[in-house]
Design a protein around this ligand. Structure first.
Ligand code: SF4
Length: 491
């Protein structure tokens, strides 16, 4: 049983955090898609180069990273206190705060809030947390249409697709594919549409303007929320978010509880770290902030939904809670050799890449995303790139250990791996047994081709499904050593 701010509860539904196929199966399919690998390779290389250039401009970059890490550690240690402060400040400024324990509760809440306005449509700022809870689908079931207004999210929505990157959800699509989607799905689009960036953007602009001008409800996520004043902050590059946040009469913000920060001084640190790490810019083109409701200016009804959906369970793990420090910059995705080759869909979660591999299993329970912590070579590039110094490689190892321990505890009979390890321990405990085992292993040479064994029988097949095993040598080390001794070569 998990707890939510001290109260016991059983999570019901976690939205889009579980894949249909486990990572190894989905990754194999993705690797066969050469177009996907080309699109990803080009896009991640471009973003990496931009990030490296703007990070190099700051002599105190490492100090900023350390400051970001310290603020997050402090906030997580006092999360209950800062959330209550945020609630009281938002309420004092005319907003309404709601608490949602899980995806089901959050979707029901937002659906009810929109229904109460009488609207059947809403415009949305790009928001991963609403993807996490499957909000669009829940609204559609209630007869409410949610229009994505971020260009990449719009491409994903019109293509009946799933996001594959935190920052660039349509990174797996190239211009020609986007043009096809627009021609097929966008009502009233110019049939002579070309695939130049300017033409595609103009088509999206015309399409979205109609939605902006008629929508009475806006839905957003939040990058940060300042407990000190109750101010919510959204950063973006296109200005479409600003339209969603200011034009509708009602604004509903869904925010994971880990997004709260104590003060404006802390916000200063993150507003330097985030744009440089995400889009490779010195600052975000649009930084929108609002505090409750301002009479006669912007939305006149503001609802803030504070979402748990597994976060307090992650917080309870003293090592795993680091994943809640994430500011969703996506730098770890762009440097990850695994992500670059398989793309975001293989992770089966709205949080792909290294951060998805450590966050999703904690939000759902490790057993529900058990393969994700293994989706890494542990090269450490993600740790070096992370603006808040999340030690993702250590977290991956920690979650692998948790998975092994939880699986062992749930099993009545020992696993094949445990039996193999026990047998290896018995053999290695005796020099005579070890030497006999080495001699016996030479029989494995019949399976080898050019020094490698490509397929072993179960349970050893678990190794050879992903990599080759070296064929045993013709002579063991002990035999070689003894031979050298006889020939007078040993020193
Ligand atoms: S884990 Fe770090 S690098 Fe990755 S998205 Fe989160 S903040 Fe960015």
């Amino acid at each position: 049983m998990s707890t939510f701010l001290g109260m016991p509860y059983a999570p019901r539904g976690v939205g889009h955090l579980r894949g249909d196929d486990p990572f190894p199966v989905a990754a194999r399919t993705a690797l066969a898609n050469t177009q996907l690998r080309r699109n990803l390779g080009k896009a991640t290389a471009t973003i990496r180069a931009k990030r490296a250039a703007v990070v190099a401009e700051l002599p105190d970059w490492e100090d900023l990273r350390a400051a970001g890490q310290a603020i997050k550690q402090h906030t997580m240690a006092h999360l209950d206190q800062y959330l209550e402060q945020l609630e009281s400040q938002v309420s004092a400024h005319g907003g309404t705060v709601h608490w949602a324990r899980d995806a089901v509760e959050a979707c029901q809440l937002v659906t009810r809030l929109i229904s109460e306005t009488g609207a059947a449509e809403a415009v949305k700022v790009k928001s991963i947390v609403t993807d996490e809870i499957g909000l669009n689908e829940a609204l559609a079931r209630a007869g409410i249409t949610a229009h994505e207004t971020d260009l990449a999210e719009l491409i994903v929505q019109l293509g009946h697709d799933r996001p594959s990157h935190i920052l660039v959800p349509a990174i797996h699509r190239n211009r020609a594919e986007i043009r096809e989607i627009f021609l097929r799905e966008m009502a009233g689009v110019d049939p002579g549409l070309t695939d130049t960036p300017a033409a595609l953007t103009e088509a999206a602009r015309l399409y979205l303007r109609r939605a902006f001008l008629s929508a009475r409800v806006g839905i957003s996520g939040a990058n940060f929320a300042v407990a000190q004043t109750g101010t919510v902050c959204v950063v973006e590059s296109e200005g479409n978010g600003r339209m969603c946040l200011t034009l509708p009469e009602t604004l509903i913000t869904v925010m994971g509880i880990e997004k709260v920060i104590p003060s404006w001084r802390d916000l200063e640190v993150f507003l330097q770290l985030l744009p440089r790490s995400s889009t490779g810019e010195r600052m975000n083109p649009y930084t929108s902030m609002w505090t409750g409701v301002a009479p006669g200016d912007g939305p006149q009804r503001f609802h803030l939904v504070l979402l748990d959906n597994g976060r307090t369970a992650a917080l309870a793990d003293p090592v795993g809670r680091q994943a809640l420090h994430c500011i969703r910059c996506s730098a770890c995705l762009n440097v990850c050799p695994v992500y670059e080759r398989v793309g975001g869909h293989a992770y089966g979660s709205v949080y792909p890449g290294p951060i998805g591999a450590v966050l999703s299993p904690q939000l759902t329970g490790v057993e529900d995303n058990a393969t994700l912590p293994y989706a890494s070579s542990l090269c450490g590039a993600c740790y070096d790139a992370c603006p808040v110094r999340i030690d993702i490689p250590s977290l991956l190892v920690h979650l692998r250990a948790r998975h092994v321990e939880e699986a062992a505890a749930a099993r009545r009979v020992p696993s094949a791996e445990a039996v193999t390890m026990a047998a290896a321990s018995w053999v290695m405990a005796s020099p005579a047994r070890y030497a006999a085992a080495q001699r016996a292993s030479r029989m494995g040479r019949v399976l080898g081709r050019q020094g490698k064994i490509r397929r072993l029988p179960p349970p050893l097949s678990a190794w050879t499904t992903a990599r080759d095993a070296p064929a045993p040598p013709a002579q063991t080390f002990r035999e070689w050593w003894a031979q050298r001794g006889r020939a007078g070569g040993a020193t």
